[in-house]
Design a protein. Structure first.
Length: 91
């Protein structure tokens, strides 16, 4: 094997190696992009579900606040009636 043939083989080997690395890098970036896209979709779905649960929780809290306010108002009226009775009895 003479000198030009050796350099030709070195050049072919270098081209094949660079081509292989380019191909692997391209495929790896495609896989990463697809995985990130899938993860992004899953996260959007989970965040949407979480927003729905928070909305439901807010509705539940508003209902509890409403019932609590009603009970406190009823208790306030009952205490006021008791106070009136006690003050009337002391007169």
């Amino acid at each position: 094997m003479n000198d030009p043939q050796a350099w030709t083989l070195i050049g072919v080997f270098a081209a094949v190696m660079l081509g292989g690395m380019t191909l692997m890098t391209t495929q790896f970036s495609r896989v990463i992009r697809a995985e990130v896209g899938g993860l992004r979709g899953e996260m959007r779905g989970e965040i949407g579900e979480l927003r729905g649960e928070i909305s439901s929780l807010r509705t539940d809290i508003a209902g509890v606040e409403s019932r609590l306010t009603t009970r406190i108002d009823t208790l306030d009226h009952e205490v006021a009636d008791l106070a009136k009775r006690i003050w009337r009895e002391n007169d």
